[in-house]
Design a protein around this ligand. Structure first.
Ligand SMILES: *Cc1c(COP(=O)(O)O)cnc(C)c1O
Length: 334
């Protein structure tokens, strides 16, 4: 029996078909711009998301960092959610490596940032202050989808104030599948977008940053500086292309499995936050470590937390959800 790992959608295994295309990928030295498969992946994402250019990088953290460094200079500032990945979970990279100051802003319950609140954080043009240059949004954000009309309003807001607008779209495709729109309907509002291939899409490695050509040229320089230039990276890009062409529509299964999991947990008496995509948040309180150990004996893996996050993905099937619910039921009846 194999483990049912609900810690994250990063734990997916490449499928046999994905491994097959990886072994056959045409490759070259990508630092020389000569890897045909990397070029194809970059072209595919730039075209489908509506940008001039794109850049393949090893991780989402690097993709966001290069995006911030391409938008901002030393002494500039970006507006970002207090609980956003680009503020809280990237080691402070923008400040450490980019000399860019974050201005964290409390997030609304739906994951958006209030435009009114943001307006109050924009600094006047005065040498006492960092120069506010950029707004960063995340979508999905903790499993929630930002509404398209909010994105349109954020676009107008940033245009009026001459700010750039970057999307941390680690789970852009979950948002698009949930809204039943082409991903471009979401990305059209942004100057730049970072997407992860190694989350729900199921590729082993990689993210892609998209933007206009001048922006990507800057990002390419910073990628080399931080050591992210890769050589025969087409083997990895092939996995990404395969994921984009074959493993997007199936995200709807992950969303359905998450909804079923939430429903079952509510039936067992748990307090569960409304589910939109592939993340289920459950209030566990101080029981988290005990619950984790109990579930682990039943081949179910979680990251213990009082506000427990359960994530569905490629390697969690509908039958696994029933197994998980049986394990929770057994725990409940202790
Ligand atoms: C995972 C993730 C990233 C990037 O993470 P890496 O592990 O560096 O690829 C960025 N933003 C969000 C919202 C994420 O979930």
């Amino acid at each position: 029996m194999s483990l049912i790992d609900l810690r994250s959608d990063t734990v997916t295994q490449p499928t046999p078909d994905m491994r097959d295309v990886m072994t056959r990928a045409e490759v070259g030295d990508d630092v020389y711009g000569e890897d045909p498969t990397v070029l194809e992946l970059q072209r595919y994402l730039a075209d489908t998301l509506g940008f001039e250019a794109a850049l393949f990088v090893p991780s989402g953290t690097m993709s966001n960092l290069l995006g911030l460094m391409a938008h901002c200079e030393r002494g500039d500032e970006y507006l970002v959610g207090q609980q956003a990945h680009t503020y809280k979970y990237e080691g402070g990279g923008a400040a450490v490596l980019g000399s860019i100051q974050p201005q964290p802003v409390e997030m609304e319950a739906d994951g958006s940032l209030s435009l009114e609140r943001l307006a109050g954080y924009i600094k006047p043009h005065d040498f006492h202050f960092a120069r506010t240059r950029l707004l960063v949004l995340e979508n999905t954000v903790h499993g929630k989808v930002l509404p398209l009309d909010y994105l349109a309003a954020a676009r107008r807001f940033t245009q009026e104030r001459e700010l750039g607008l970057h999307l941390d779209g680690a789970r852009l495709y979950n948002a698009a599948v949930k809204l039943e729109v082409a991903p471009r309907e979401i990305t059209q509002y942004f100057d730049s977008v970072s997407v992860c291939l190694s989350k729900g899409l199921g590729a082993p490695v990689g993210s892609v940053l998209c933007g206009n050509q001048a922006f990507i040229n800057k990002a390419m320089r910073w990628r080399k500086v931080v050591g992210g230039g890769m050589r025969q990276a087409g083997i990895l890009a092939a996995a990404g292309l395969y994921a984009l062409k074959n493993q997007v529509a199936r995200l709807a299964d992950d969303h359905a499995n998450a909804a079923r999991l939430a429903e079952g947990l509510v039936e067992l008496g748990y307090t569960v936050e409304p589910v939109q995509t592939n993340m289920v948040y459950v209030s566990i309180g101080d029981q988290a470590s005990r619950l984790a150990a109990f579930l682990r004996d039943r081949e179910v893996v979680i990251s213990p937390a009082a506000r427990l996050r359960l994530v569905t993905h490629l390697n969690v099937g509908a039958a696994d959800i029933e197994t998980v619910l049986e394990a929770f039921a057994a725990y409940r009846s202790l």
